[in-house]
Write a protein that binds this ligand. Sequence first.
Ligand code: SF4
Length: 218
Amino acid sequence: MTKKERFAKVLDFFASSMPAAQTELKYSNVFELIVAVVLSAQCTDKRVNMVTPELFRLMPTAEKMYAAGQDRILELIKSVSYPNSKARYLAGLAKMLAENYGGNVPESTDELEKLPGVGRKTANVVASVYYGAPKIAVDTHVFRVSARLGLTTEAKNPLQAEQQLQAGIPEKLRAVSHHWLILHGRYVCLARKPKCAECGLTGLCKHYAAQLKNKPAE
Ligand code: SF4
């Protein structure tokens, strides 16, 4: 099977099994989205969704978050992973948005990446989820699932995986593909014990084929 055919079959599968995939983070505007995405680094969306309602109620804008300050942010996000660093990032992010962008969140990934706590992945998530940009954000789930399915080949880092995925996924499907791969990784293709028996992609999956090949004969 060519790489092109592999991409087409995998994307067809997800398009029919998860047509309306979207982020599980709760937000109601782009400021809330970027804050939630910063908080979600190495933390579950479920945990983030537990702290953001109060955070957004008290600090609904960049200006208000900046005025509240790092210590107050920390009190509200204590239960997420790496709260000290994230409180520092959010205080810096709010300051920069308030002072340099009139409280708005920029649309371009180059501008987004200038914000504290915002790397390439977070910038791509915001650009694709909120602004519909044809970007693929590669997190740990996307990286793992893409490699197992053979959509990426020997990618050594998220950037290489992103480039291979961008090359294989048509523009109009890139934003949603990010969610397909994340959700598949979160609920089916788990890191340690993938639930292959529940997966509809066994016929396409390189990792599954390799496991079958290495299985001792009974
Ligand atoms: S067959 Fe198994 S390893 Fe392959 S994508 Fe499905 S769950 Fe993951």
